[in-house]
Design a protein around this ligand. Structure first.
Ligand code: FAD
Length: 284
């Protein structure tokens, strides 16, 4: 019962529990000129079978994208692919998905998780990128190390999604204050917009969106050279407006049965989201 009620609330941020529901959401986005990246929810798997299941869900998702001719790629987490079990196991799982994505002319984005995994995630990505070009990574603006990481990624032509960072990190490795995170976001975004390979500016922050629009206009960086990204269920009207203004707009669409950790992160991030949940809890 509790699970049922919670999922009803999580539905604002999660497209559904199966691929059919996710396809329906992506099709509707595509019809409005917005592309997507599909995330089969799941993280921190502890046994090989769960990782294998995640791999087959992604292979099926890539098939569905191709069959339904959706304008979508996929995003995934390395801990979902067995990183906690073994790096080699995780790598070979990823390689299968990248192989398939390449064959389908699609693309795989490796999400960035908590700082315990930053180094490992970058290392697996660098190995993969030697063999597969249809794979990209995420950099979090709140981490002090990100500028160094970004230089290296730009030098090899990697595609990077830039976001603020969603995990609670200690002060010795991560900027804590929002105005400073924003400043670092701008600094890293400048590097990406000037020298990066089709970067993704992933934020719902009006100040950063305005800044990116002004910066690209004043530096003659065409709208086709980058994309904005936002999460499903967050600021849909801004997503639509950016698409109508001719910007490439991609929405991150999570689906699947393991939605709880993702839902909690969205609640922790913003007080408005908690109010939204409370308001709906007491509605009926
Ligand atoms: C496509 C995408 C992929 C991501 N991938 C990762 C990843 O791999 N790893 C990771 O650590 N993090 C990831 N994130 C999460 C990201 O790091 C941030 O935690 C999250 O986006 C919140 O930061 P923000 O810049 O969007 O805006 P915030 O700092 O949350 O908010 C800035 C402003 O935006 C507005 N706003 C934001 N949300 C709402 C809302 N619901 N309703 C109304 N106004 C709102 C408000 O005006 C607010 O003041 C991703 C985010 C996106 C969009």
């Amino acid at each position: 019962m509790l699970n049922h009620t919670l999922f009803f609330l999580a539905k604002r941020f999660v497209a559904g529990q199966n691929i059919e529901e996710a396809v329906h959401v992506v099709r509707a986005l595509n019809e409005r000129g917005i592309t997507a990246t599909l995330d089969v929810l799941g993280e921190n798997v502890e046994d090989g079978h769960a990782a294998e299941n995640a791999v087959s869900s992604y292979l099926t998702t890539l098939d569905c994208i191709q069959k339904a001719q959706l304008r979508s790629n996929v995003s995934l987490k390395l801990t979902q692919m067995g990183l906690d079990i073994s790096r080699d196991f995780c790598y070979s799982n990823l390689a299968r998905i990248c192989e398939k994505a390449g064959a389908c002319h699609s693309y795989v984005r490796i999400d960035m998780e908590g700082s315990k995994y930053t180094e490992k995630t970058i290392s697996v990505f660098l190995d993969l990128f030697r063999s597969y070009k249809s794979v990209g990574i995420v950099i979090q603006a709140y981490l002090y190390r990100s500028e160094q990481d970004l230089r290296r990624l730009i030098d090899i032509g990697a595609r990077v999604r830039l976001c603020k960072g969603a995990y609670k990190e200690p002060a010795d490795i991560a900027i804590q204050k929002m105005p400073e995170i924003r400043e670092n976001f701008k600094k890293l975004a400048e590097m990406l917009l000037l020298r990066g390979n089709y970067p993704a500016i992933a934020t719902h922050d009006d100040a950063l969106i305005r800044w990116a629009k002004d910066y690209t206009r004043s530096h003659n960086i065409g709208k086709e050279r980058f994309e904005f990204q936002m999460l499903y269920g967050v600021r849909s009207e801004t997503q639509q407006r950016l698409a109508q203004e001719g910007y490439n707009m991609r929405v991150y669409v999570p689906f699947g049965t393991h939605w709880l950790p993702y839902f909690y992160r969205r609640l922790r991030e913003r007080r408005e989201n908690v109010y939204f949940v409370l308001k709906n809890l007491f509605k009926g």
